[in-house]
Design a protein around this ligand. Structure first.
Ligand code: HXC
Length: 261
Protein backbone atom coordinates (compact mmCIF):
# COMPACT_ATOMS: atom_id res chain seq x y z
CA UNK A 1 0.00 0.00 0.00
CA UNK A 2 1.35 3.42 -0.98
CA UNK A 3 0.59 6.37 1.25
CA UNK A 4 0.72 10.02 0.29
CA UNK A 5 0.87 11.48 3.79
CA UNK A 6 2.32 8.71 5.91
CA UNK A 7 5.70 7.09 6.30
CA UNK A 8 5.17 3.49 7.25
CA UNK A 9 7.98 1.45 8.76
CA UNK A 10 7.89 -1.98 10.29
CA UNK A 11 10.93 -2.69 12.49
CA UNK A 12 9.83 -5.99 13.96
CA UNK A 13 8.39 -6.27 16.54
CA UNK A 14 7.09 -2.71 16.24
CA UNK A 15 5.53 -0.47 13.61
CA UNK A 16 6.32 3.21 13.25
CA UNK A 17 3.84 5.55 11.55
CA UNK A 18 4.99 9.07 10.75
CA UNK A 19 2.51 11.70 9.65
CA UNK A 20 4.24 13.41 6.75
CA UNK A 21 2.58 16.62 5.67
CA UNK A 22 5.17 19.08 6.97
CA UNK A 23 4.20 22.05 4.77
CA UNK A 24 1.00 22.47 6.80
CA UNK A 25 2.36 21.25 10.15
CA UNK A 26 0.77 17.82 9.58
CA UNK A 27 -2.77 19.20 9.41
CA UNK A 28 -5.13 16.23 9.55
CA UNK A 29 -7.14 16.28 6.35
CA UNK A 30 -9.75 13.62 5.65
CA UNK A 31 -7.19 11.85 3.47
CA UNK A 32 -4.52 11.87 6.20
CA UNK A 33 -7.00 10.33 8.62
CA UNK A 34 -8.14 7.79 6.02
CA UNK A 35 -4.54 6.70 5.50
CA UNK A 36 -3.93 6.53 9.27
CA UNK A 37 -6.98 4.34 9.82
CA UNK A 38 -6.01 2.10 6.88
CA UNK A 39 -2.46 1.62 8.15
CA UNK A 40 -3.48 1.04 11.75
CA UNK A 41 -6.26 -1.34 10.75
CA UNK A 42 -3.72 -3.37 8.77
CA UNK A 43 -1.29 -3.55 11.71
CA UNK A 44 -4.05 -4.56 14.10
CA UNK A 45 -3.94 -8.04 12.55
CA UNK A 46 -0.28 -8.11 11.49
CA UNK A 47 1.73 -10.51 13.67
CA UNK A 48 4.95 -8.70 12.87
CA UNK A 49 3.70 -5.68 14.85
CA UNK A 50 3.31 -5.99 18.61
CA UNK A 51 3.13 -2.27 19.39
CA UNK A 52 2.97 0.94 17.38
CA UNK A 53 4.59 4.36 17.57
CA UNK A 54 2.67 7.23 15.95
CA UNK A 55 4.66 10.39 15.43
CA UNK A 56 5.07 13.55 13.35
CA UNK A 57 8.14 15.73 12.92
CA UNK A 58 10.19 17.96 15.23
CA UNK A 59 7.91 20.97 14.67
CA UNK A 60 4.51 19.31 14.72
CA UNK A 61 2.84 16.09 15.68
CA UNK A 62 -0.25 17.63 14.08
CA UNK A 63 -1.49 21.23 14.26
CA UNK A 64 -5.12 20.19 14.06
CA UNK A 65 -7.73 19.20 11.56
CA UNK A 66 -7.22 20.82 8.16
CA UNK A 67 -8.64 24.35 8.40
CA UNK A 68 -8.52 24.83 4.63
CA UNK A 69 -10.64 21.74 4.12
CA UNK A 70 -13.07 22.56 6.95
CA UNK A 71 -13.54 26.23 6.10
CA UNK A 72 -15.96 25.54 3.24
CA UNK A 73 -18.02 22.80 4.83
CA UNK A 74 -21.65 23.46 5.75
CA UNK A 75 -23.55 22.02 8.69
CA UNK A 76 -25.27 19.60 6.32
CA UNK A 77 -21.89 18.50 4.93
CA UNK A 78 -20.39 17.68 8.32
CA UNK A 79 -23.57 16.23 9.79
CA UNK A 80 -24.37 13.93 6.89
CA UNK A 81 -20.77 12.75 6.60
CA UNK A 82 -20.56 12.44 10.39
CA UNK A 83 -17.35 14.49 10.20
CA UNK A 84 -14.77 14.06 11.65
CA UNK A 85 -15.44 10.38 12.28
CA UNK A 86 -16.98 9.42 8.94
CA UNK A 87 -18.18 6.03 7.82
CA UNK A 88 -15.16 4.02 8.95
CA UNK A 89 -14.47 6.13 12.01
CA UNK A 90 -11.16 7.84 12.61
CA UNK A 91 -10.15 9.00 16.08
CA UNK A 92 -12.51 6.50 17.75
CA UNK A 93 -11.33 3.67 15.51
CA UNK A 94 -7.71 4.46 16.35
CA UNK A 95 -8.58 4.45 20.06
CA UNK A 96 -10.23 1.05 19.62
CA UNK A 97 -7.23 -0.57 17.91
CA UNK A 98 -6.20 -3.70 19.84
CA UNK A 99 -2.46 -3.03 19.54
CA UNK A 100 -0.93 -0.53 21.97
CA UNK A 101 -0.22 2.79 20.25
CA UNK A 102 2.28 5.26 21.71
CA UNK A 103 2.04 8.85 20.51
CA UNK A 104 5.55 10.31 20.28
CA UNK A 105 4.82 14.03 20.28
CA UNK A 106 7.27 16.78 19.37
CA UNK A 107 6.16 20.33 18.62
CA UNK A 108 2.51 21.18 18.17
CA UNK A 109 -0.29 18.76 19.07
CA UNK A 110 -3.28 21.03 18.63
CA UNK A 111 -7.01 20.58 18.13
CA UNK A 112 -7.55 17.31 16.25
CA UNK A 113 -3.81 16.66 16.69
CA UNK A 114 -4.08 16.80 20.47
CA UNK A 115 -7.18 14.63 20.18
CA UNK A 116 -5.25 12.16 18.04
CA UNK A 117 -2.44 11.95 20.61
CA UNK A 118 -5.03 11.39 23.35
CA UNK A 119 -6.75 8.66 21.30
CA UNK A 120 -3.47 6.74 21.51
CA UNK A 121 -2.74 4.66 24.62
CA UNK A 122 -0.17 7.01 26.07
CA UNK A 123 1.93 9.96 25.06
CA UNK A 124 5.69 10.39 25.32
CA UNK A 125 6.48 14.04 24.72
CA UNK A 126 9.61 15.85 23.59
CA UNK A 127 10.60 18.86 25.67
CA UNK A 128 9.41 21.19 22.88
CA UNK A 129 5.89 19.72 22.77
CA UNK A 130 2.89 22.05 22.95
CA UNK A 131 -0.63 20.78 23.50
CA UNK A 132 -3.83 22.72 23.01
CA UNK A 133 -7.45 22.75 21.97
CA UNK A 134 -7.51 26.09 20.11
CA UNK A 135 -10.72 25.39 18.17
CA UNK A 136 -12.47 28.23 19.99
CA UNK A 137 -10.04 30.68 18.40
CA UNK A 138 -11.25 29.63 14.95
CA UNK A 139 -14.92 29.76 15.84
CA UNK A 140 -15.57 26.12 16.58
CA UNK A 141 -14.97 23.56 19.33
CA UNK A 142 -13.20 20.25 19.85
CA UNK A 143 -15.00 17.55 17.87
CA UNK A 144 -12.89 14.42 18.14
CA UNK A 145 -12.83 13.77 21.86
CA UNK A 146 -11.09 16.90 23.17
CA UNK A 147 -13.72 17.88 25.71
CA UNK A 148 -14.00 14.29 26.92
CA UNK A 149 -10.52 12.73 26.84
CA UNK A 150 -8.74 15.90 27.99
CA UNK A 151 -11.14 16.25 30.92
CA UNK A 152 -10.59 12.64 31.96
CA UNK A 153 -6.82 13.02 31.66
CA UNK A 154 -6.19 16.37 33.36
CA UNK A 155 -9.44 17.16 35.18
CA UNK A 156 -12.27 19.60 34.60
CA UNK A 157 -10.62 22.83 35.66
CA UNK A 158 -7.62 22.68 33.34
CA UNK A 159 -9.55 21.06 30.49
CA UNK A 160 -12.23 23.73 30.71
CA UNK A 161 -9.64 26.49 30.74
CA UNK A 162 -7.77 25.06 27.75
CA UNK A 163 -10.91 24.50 25.68
CA UNK A 164 -12.40 27.90 26.55
CA UNK A 165 -9.23 29.94 26.03
CA UNK A 166 -7.24 27.93 23.48
CA UNK A 167 -4.16 28.25 25.71
CA UNK A 168 -1.27 25.93 24.84
CA UNK A 169 0.25 23.71 27.51
CA UNK A 170 4.00 23.06 27.42
CA UNK A 171 5.63 19.68 28.00
CA UNK A 172 6.43 20.32 31.67
CA UNK A 173 2.83 21.20 32.49
CA UNK A 174 1.60 18.28 30.35
CA UNK A 175 3.67 15.85 32.39
CA UNK A 176 2.70 17.43 35.71
CA UNK A 177 -1.00 17.20 34.88
CA UNK A 178 -0.88 13.62 33.58
CA UNK A 179 -1.56 14.38 29.93
CA UNK A 180 1.71 12.69 29.00
CA UNK A 181 3.47 9.78 30.63
CA UNK A 182 6.98 11.16 30.19
CA UNK A 183 8.97 14.09 28.77
CA UNK A 184 12.31 13.44 27.09
CA UNK A 185 14.82 15.56 25.17
CA UNK A 186 13.71 16.14 21.59
CA UNK A 187 16.80 14.37 20.23
CA UNK A 188 15.94 11.23 22.20
CA UNK A 189 12.21 11.11 21.54
CA UNK A 190 12.07 8.40 18.88
CA UNK A 191 14.69 6.32 20.64
CA UNK A 192 12.65 6.36 23.86
CA UNK A 193 9.34 5.76 22.10
CA UNK A 194 10.60 2.88 19.96
CA UNK A 195 12.40 1.26 22.92
CA UNK A 196 9.21 1.50 24.95
CA UNK A 197 7.14 0.01 22.12
CA UNK A 198 9.68 -2.81 21.64
CA UNK A 199 9.53 -3.60 25.33
CA UNK A 200 5.73 -3.88 25.22
CA UNK A 201 5.96 -5.98 22.05
CA UNK A 202 8.33 -8.40 23.79
CA UNK A 203 5.66 -9.45 26.29
CA UNK A 204 2.85 -11.98 25.83
CA UNK A 205 0.58 -10.50 23.16
CA UNK A 206 -2.70 -11.81 24.58
CA UNK A 207 -1.76 -10.41 27.99
CA UNK A 208 -0.87 -7.05 26.46
CA UNK A 209 -4.31 -6.89 24.83
CA UNK A 210 -6.03 -7.79 28.11
CA UNK A 211 -4.13 -5.09 29.98
CA UNK A 212 -4.89 -2.47 27.32
CA UNK A 213 -8.59 -3.40 27.43
CA UNK A 214 -8.67 -3.30 31.23
CA UNK A 215 -6.99 0.08 31.58
CA UNK A 216 -9.07 1.55 28.74
CA UNK A 217 -12.30 0.38 30.38
CA UNK A 218 -11.49 2.37 33.53
CA UNK A 219 -12.93 5.46 31.82
CA UNK A 220 -16.13 3.67 30.91
CA UNK A 221 -17.06 1.34 33.77
CA UNK A 222 -18.20 1.86 37.36
CA UNK A 223 -15.34 0.87 39.71
CA UNK A 224 -16.89 -2.41 40.91
CA UNK A 225 -17.50 -3.58 37.32
CA UNK A 226 -14.02 -2.51 36.26
CA UNK A 227 -12.44 -4.39 39.16
CA UNK A 228 -14.51 -7.48 38.34
CA UNK A 229 -13.62 -7.33 34.63
CA UNK A 230 -9.96 -6.93 35.60
CA UNK A 231 -10.12 -9.96 37.92
CA UNK A 232 -11.71 -12.13 35.25
CA UNK A 233 -9.08 -11.07 32.72
CA UNK A 234 -6.33 -11.73 35.29
CA UNK A 235 -7.76 -15.19 35.94
CA UNK A 236 -7.93 -15.93 32.23
CA UNK A 237 -4.18 -15.27 31.83
CA UNK A 238 -3.77 -18.52 33.80
CA UNK A 239 -5.09 -20.34 30.73
CA UNK A 240 -2.06 -19.11 28.74
CA UNK A 241 1.19 -21.00 28.28
CA UNK A 242 2.86 -17.60 28.58
CA UNK A 243 1.76 -17.24 32.22
CA UNK A 244 3.34 -20.61 33.06
CA UNK A 245 6.47 -19.64 31.13
CA UNK A 246 6.74 -16.18 32.70
CA UNK A 247 6.49 -17.43 36.27
CA UNK A 248 8.73 -20.45 35.63
CA UNK A 249 11.36 -18.23 34.02
CA UNK A 250 11.36 -15.91 37.03
CA UNK A 251 11.85 -18.79 39.46
CA UNK A 252 14.51 -20.41 37.27
CA UNK A 253 16.32 -17.05 37.01
CA UNK A 254 16.20 -16.89 33.19
CA UNK A 255 14.51 -14.76 30.54
CA UNK A 256 11.02 -15.89 29.56
CA UNK A 257 10.30 -16.99 26.02
CA UNK A 258 6.74 -15.95 25.27
CA UNK A 259 4.87 -17.73 22.47
CA UNK A 260 1.71 -15.62 22.53
CA UNK A 261 -0.20 -18.75 23.44
C1 HXC B 1 -4.40 23.79 7.77
C2 HXC B 1 -2.52 24.65 8.76
C3 HXC B 1 -2.97 24.27 10.02
C4 HXC B 1 -4.23 23.60 10.11
C5 HXC B 1 -1.05 25.24 10.26
N1 HXC B 1 -1.34 25.26 8.95
N2 HXC B 1 -2.05 24.65 10.95
N3 HXC B 1 -3.22 24.42 7.65
N4 HXC B 1 -4.91 23.40 8.95
N5 HXC B 1 -4.74 23.18 11.27
C6 HXC B 1 -0.52 25.82 7.86
C7 HXC B 1 -0.51 27.33 7.85
O1 HXC B 1 -1.65 27.81 7.19
C8 HXC B 1 0.76 27.61 7.09
O2 HXC B 1 0.52 27.43 5.73
C9 HXC B 1 1.69 26.49 7.56
O3 HXC B 1 0.84 25.46 8.07
C10 HXC B 1 2.63 26.91 8.66
O4 HXC B 1 1.85 27.49 9.70
P1 HXC B 1 2.18 28.93 10.34
O5 HXC B 1 0.95 29.40 11.00
O6 HXC B 1 2.81 29.83 9.33
O7 HXC B 1 3.30 28.50 11.42
P2 HXC B 1 3.64 29.21 12.80
O8 HXC B 1 3.66 30.70 12.66
O9 HXC B 1 4.87 28.53 13.29
O10 HXC B 1 2.42 28.85 13.78
C11 HXC B 1 2.20 27.55 14.18
C12 HXC B 1 0.75 27.38 14.78
C13 HXC B 1 -0.28 27.92 13.77
C14 HXC B 1 0.67 28.14 16.09
C15 HXC B 1 0.55 25.89 15.05
O11 HXC B 1 -0.02 27.30 12.49
C16 HXC B 1 -1.69 27.62 14.14
O12 HXC B 1 -2.24 28.27 15.05
N6 HXC B 1 -2.32 26.65 13.44
C17 HXC B 1 -3.73 26.36 13.62
C18 HXC B 1 -3.95 25.63 14.92
C19 HXC B 1 -5.43 25.32 15.13
O13 HXC B 1 -6.25 26.23 15.22
N7 HXC B 1 -5.77 24.03 15.20
C20 HXC B 1 -7.13 23.59 15.43
C21 HXC B 1 -7.82 23.41 14.11
S1 HXC B 1 -9.52 23.00 14.33
P3 HXC B 1 1.05 28.50 4.64
O14 HXC B 1 0.45 28.05 3.35
O15 HXC B 1 0.62 29.84 5.11
O16 HXC B 1 2.56 28.34 4.68
C22 HXC B 1 -9.51 21.38 14.73
C23 HXC B 1 -10.87 20.74 14.89
C24 HXC B 1 -10.74 19.42 15.60
O17 HXC B 1 -8.51 20.76 14.86
C25 HXC B 1 -12.04 18.69 15.65
C26 HXC B 1 -12.26 17.79 14.51
C27 HXC B 1 -11.16 16.80 14.25
Amino acid sequence: MNYQYLLVDIQEPIGILTINRPEVLNALSTEVMRELVTALDAWETDDRVGAIVLTGNDKAFAAGADLKEMRVKSFADVFLADFPEGQRGAWSRIAANRKPIIAAVAGYALGGGCELAMACDFIIAADNAKFGQPEITVGTMPGAGGTQRLTRLIGKSKAMEMCLTGRFMDATEAERTGLVSRVVALAGLMDEATKTAAKIASFSRPTVIMIKDAVSSADELPLSQGILAERHAFQSTFALEDQKEGMAAFLEKRKPVFKNR
